[in-house]
Ligand binder design. Structure first.
Ligand code: URP
Ligand code: ZN
Ligand code: ZN
Length: 486
């Protein structure tokens, strides 16, 4: 059965125009005027945008001795109700260290639960021949991005030489290396320092992870990627120190991408000084929320193009699990929520204020990451042939964000009380309407699909060519000009 989305203003990453979108067999069949179909979806007075893609989630993440509460079912459903139609989740190696087994484990967990499409990044948390070999298999399984934690010493953290080896393997395979950029060694020292001083509350989390430690690690990761000759994606950029490193690298022609979180654009470190332990602990994530002084730079980066993607790092532990750190902030499971509210909060604080345009909104919530991860234009685009992952985005539907009414499974919301002035009137995933505002939509677990991502995004190919032209070469000397040995 064909559908047509009629009467809306279509917004892509580069323009806005009035038009209709015809959908057939889960794909966009045509974009034009006065199109007809079996079913009409009313977009009158609304925008029509590509479904949001959130490239940074940790559903059911085993972490810090527990597991994140947000499931693949509740997480993909909450995301869909907020206009996000694809998540990219992080696979973590299990006790056997196998990354291919980890990918299959994530398939086993996610497939029966997801109501919309999913992709994976693979975490590299050590280095050995098995990982070297299995990275090739992972790429063949449709995972073309590999995450390196420079923090979480003793758990997920890798050393510089391991990153160099893994980035080199990424280059060989045409895969994208990603980093969590914080100096894990110094964080551990500062954690012990503040605990010894009797600071055990969530404020200690912020004190022990100053922005300088993120900036240093961002510079280090950029240096390693440049030495190898590969692009680099820096996740959850929170501060000016990291953003400045990215700007400098990009001005030198390095292909470095930066991903601020919707939380970092709108919330700040004062949350950690709240007198309620629970309020503060619920907001413990890494890197921590920063002072307001950092927010303007992140916003400017989105409109200037030095930062490309707004994500959420949705890693949601309920309050009961946060209490694991009641006497020691280093034991508070790190992570907050955000995937349900990312688009509405960014639209309200960004587009409605004029900080970003509707086109930039589409770019940073969908199109840019689709290009970076090599799934454009199947995803992140409104063009014939693309998957019909589409949102009728209604700027006149407003709501007050609250844990009491959210679809997310956890018992709090870091955006509690935010008045947002835009919502998904309809969310379509591969042409199926999976959410409609004001209707009693319910999740359809298992209808989502894994989206395999081919390797060799164009940036990696271009960089390889340029590096090959400029690589250091042996100087051929006439033996006559070489002094004989003494
Ligand atoms: N970010 C966070 O606090 N938790 C999730 C794991 C990570 O991304 O570092
Ligand atoms: Zn991280
Ligand atoms: Zn993360």
């Amino acid at each position: 059965m064909s559908k047509v989305i009629k009467g809306g203003t279509i917004v892509t990453a580069d323009r806005q125009f009035a038009g209709d979108i015809l959908i057939e067999d889960g794909k966009i069949a045509a974009i034009g005027y006065d199109l007809t179909a079996d079913e009409v979806i009313d977009a009158d007075g609304a925008y029509v945008i590509p479904g949001g893609i959130d490239p940074h989630t940790h559903l059911e993440m085993p972490f810090m001795g527990t597991t994140a509460d947000e499931t693949f079912e509740s997480g993909t459903w909450a995301a869909a109700t907020g206009g996000t139609t694809m998540l990219i989740d992080f696979c973590l190696p299990g006790p056997d260290g196998s990354i291919t087994n980890a990918i299959n484990d994530w398939h086993r967990k996610s497939a029966p639960q997801i109501c919309s499409d999913i992709g994976y990044h693979m975490a590299i948390t050590g280095w050995n021949e098995q990982i070297f070999d299995e990275m090739k298999t992972a790429v063949e399984m449709g995972v073309n991005s590999f995450k390196h934690f420079m923090a979480y010493k003793g758990a997920l953290m890798v050393e510089d030489d391991e990153m160099f080896a893994s980035f080199s393997r990424c280059k060989e395979l045409g895969a994208l290396p990603m980093v969590h950029a914080e100096n894990g060694d110094i964080i551990q020292e500062l954690q012990q320092k503040y605990l010894a001083e009797g600071i055990t509350g969530p404020e200690g989390h912020a004190f022990s992870r100053p922005p300088e430690l993120e900036g240093e690690a961002a510079n280090r990761a950029i240096m390693i990627a440049d030495a190898v000759g590969t692009p680099l994606y820096i996740v959850h950029v929170s501060c000016e120190q990291a953003h400045e490193a990215i700007r400098r690298a990009r001005q030198k022609g390095h292909r470095v991408y930066g991903e601020p979180l919707i939380q970092f654009l709108t919330l700040d470190e004062s949350e950690y000084f709240n007198k309620s332990w629970e309020h503060a602990a619920r907001r413990v994530m890494s890197p921590p929320f920063r002072s307001k002084a950092h927010q303007d730079g992140l916003w400017n980066g989105l409109s200037a193009g030095s930062l490309q993607v707004v994500a959420t790092d949705h890693c949601a532990f309920g309050t009961e699990k946060k209490k694991m750190g009641i006497d020691d902030f280093t034991k508070i499971p790190n992570g907050t929520g955000g995937l349900e509210d990312r688009l509405a909060v960014l639209w309200t604080t960004g587009v409605e204020t004029g900080r970003i345009t509707p086109e930039e909104f589409v770019a940073v919530t969908s199109t840019n990451i689709a290009k970076i991860l090599n799934i454009y234009p199947t995803k992140g685009a409104l063009v014939p042939g693309a998957d019909a992952d589409i949102v009728v985005w209604d700027p006149k539907i407003s709501k007050t964000i609250s844990a009491n009414s959210q679809k997310s499974i956890i018992d709090y919301n870091v955006f509690e009380g935010f008045e947002v002035t835009a919502q998904a009137r309809h969310t379509l995933s591969r042409g199926d309407v999976i959410w409609s505002w004001g209707k009693n939509s319910s999740p359809q677990p298992g209808r989502g699909r894994f989206v395999a991502r081919p390797a060799f995004p164009s940036a990696a190919k271009a960089l390889s060519k340029w590096k090959a032209l400029n690589t250091p070469r042996k100087v051929e000397r006439d033996p006559m000009n070489i002094p004989s040995g003494i």
